[in-house]
Write a protein that binds this ligand. Structure first.
Ligand SMILES: C[S@@+](CC[C@H](N)C(=O)[O-])C[C@H]1O[C@@H](n2cnc3c(N)ncnc32)[C@H](O)[C@@H]1O
Length: 222
C-alpha cells in the first residue's frame, strides 16, 4: 500500500477504503467503477495489466475471475494467479515476454504514469509516449472483439491520440471515474470491440519505416 504523501491524501476517502478492503492502491476503485459502467473484464478473461505496480488493478482483475499478466518497470509483490514481468512497456523485448505467456488477451488495461514533474506539458508528453506504447502492445496482442483501457494526462495531443485509436474499436470514449482526484489531469480512453485496421504506413527502402504495430523494422520490406 502506498503511504499518502499529502495531508489532502490522508483525508482521501478512497485511500482509507483501499486500506480497509485490502487493496494495494486507491486506483483499484477506478477500475472497479469503469468495469461496472463499461463491462470490460469478465470471469475467465486473460488480462494484460500494464504499469501494474503496486497491484491494485491486478487484485481487482483476480476478484473478477481473470487470469492476469502484469508488467511494470518497478517490482511488484506477488499476487496469486498473476504472472509478473518486470520490464519497460516502451521496449519491444517486453512485448516478446508478454507474448510468451499468452499470445492473445481479452483485455489490455494500462494505468502507467510517468514520474510527475508538476510541469503540465512535460507530464502530458511523457504520458503520450506511454499511451502509444500501450496502444502498440494492445494492437499486437488483443483478441478480435477485445477491450482496451489506457490512462492519459490531458493536453494538446489528447484529441490526436483519440483519432488514432478510435478506428480500432467498435465503442470508444473518454471517461473520468469518480475515484479520480478532482484536481487530476488524468482521463481514461475506453475502447471496446477491438478490430484490426490495416494501414500501410511504411515506405519502401526507408530504414526508419515501422511495421503496422509501430515498431521499427530491422530491414525495409522489399
Ligand atoms: C499509478 S501506478 C499504477 C497503479 C496500479 N494500477 C495499481 O492499481 O496499483 C503507475 C505505474 O506505472 C509504472 N510505469 C511507468 N512507466 C512505465 C514503463 N515505461 N513501463 C512499465 N511501467 C511503467 C510505474 O512504475 C508505476 O508503478
Amino acid at each position: 500500500m502506498i503511504k499518502p504523501r499529502r495531508s489532502q491524501d490522508r483525508q482521501d476517502y478512497y485511500y482509507w477504503e483501499a486500506k480497509r478492503k485490502g487493496y494495494r492502491s486507491r486506483a483499484a476503485f477506478k477500475l472497479l467503477q469503469m468495469n461496472s459502467t463499461f463491462k470490460l473484464i469478465k470471469e475467465g478473461d486473460r488480462v494484460l495489466d500494464l504499469g501494474a505496480s503496486p497491484g491494485g488493478w491486478s487484485q481487482v482483475c483476480r476478484e473478477l475471475g481473470a487470469e492476469v499478466v502484469a508488467v511494470d518497470i518497478n517490482p511488484m509483490k506477488p499476487i496469486e494467479g498473476v504472472t509478473f514481468i518486470k520490464g519497460d512497456i516502451n521496449d519491444e523485448e517486453t512485448v516478446d515476454r508478454i507474448k510468451s505467456v499468452y499470445s492473445k488477451y481479452d483485455a489490455v488495461i494500462c494505468d502507467a504514469s510517468p514520474k510527475i514533474t508538476g510541469h503540465w506539458s512535460m507530464d502530458h508528453f511523457r504520458s503520450v509516449e506511454l499511451v502509444m506504447s500501450a496502444f502498440r502492445i494492445a494492437k499486437s496482442v488483443l483478441k478480435y472483439g477485445g477491450n482496451f483501457v489506457v490512462k492519459m494526462f490531458q493536453g494538446e495531443e489528447t484529441q490526436k491520440n483519440f483519432r488514432e485509436m478510435k478506428p480500432y474499436f467498435r465503442f470508444k470514449k473518454f471517461h473520468s471515474p469518480k475515484a479520480s482526484r478532482k484536481r487530476s489531469a488524468e482521463i481514461y480512453f475506453i475502447g471496446k470491440g477491438f478490430r484490426p485496421v490495416k494501414r500501410y504506413i511504411f515506405l519502401q527502402n526507408d530504414k526508419n519505416s515501422r511495421d503496422e504495430n509501430g515498431f521499427k523494422r530491422s530491414k525495409a520490406e522489399p
